[in-house]
Design a protein around this ligand. Structure first.
Ligand code: CO
Length: 177
């Protein structure tokens, strides 16, 4: 539960909240820790490998990720700065805000991440392969950049039915908040 007692939910495309650029995290407090714990739980329940704050309607620069499924590999990342390798890799990506859709995305194969943890302490790690793509995908969310923007014209055509359904569901008002 968040402080106002509402359970967090994943906002779906085309909710305009997903398009907003998030603000830096400045308060490393109990509320942030509770929100992060709930986001890890939600990410697992939805079988995702990453979940960014704007996807649950919070306009702050943080995300949670876990690419192995082992709780020991949970990573909380706030205010990330990325050092991207020049080497590129293409992989299939999905997004909890685009249920049912995957598309191939070209990403830096390796990324060095400098960020803050839940206590506000700075830490650095190097992410490769799936973890590298995940870090870049979640950081895109913090800048209002979505999987849709990475889809080729062909991919948009192939996924037209699912995109139209998401647009219709949103138009129906379920996700407006
Ligand atoms: Co996503």
């Amino acid at each position: 539960m968040t402080r106002d007692g509402k359970k967090l939910q994943v906002l779906k495309y085309p909710n305009p909240i997903l398009r907003k650029k998030s603000e830096p995290v400045t308060a490393f407090d109990d509320e942030l820790r509770e929100t992060a714990a709930e986001m890890f739980e939600l990410m697992r329940a939805e079988r995702g490998v990453g979940l960014a704050a704007p996807q649950v309607g919070i306009g702050r620069r943080f995300f949670v990720m876990n690419v192995t499924g082992d709780p020991a590999d949970d990573i909380f990342v706030a205010n990330p700065r990325l050092g991207l390798s020049r080497e590129k890799e293409v992989g299939e990506e999905g997004c909890l805000s685009f249920p049912g859709i995957t598309t191939s995305v070209k990403r830096a194969a390796e990324v060095e991440v400098t960020a803050q943890d839940l206590s506000g302490a700075e830490f650095t790690f190097v992410a490769r392969e799936l973890a590298s793509a995940c870090v870049q995908h979640e950081t895109d969310h913090l800048n209002g950049v979505l999987l849709y923007d990475k889809m080729s014209a062909v991919s948009k055509l192939q996924n037209r039915g699912l995109l139209k359904k998401l647009e219709a569901d949103f138009g129906a008002g379920d996700e407006v908040r």
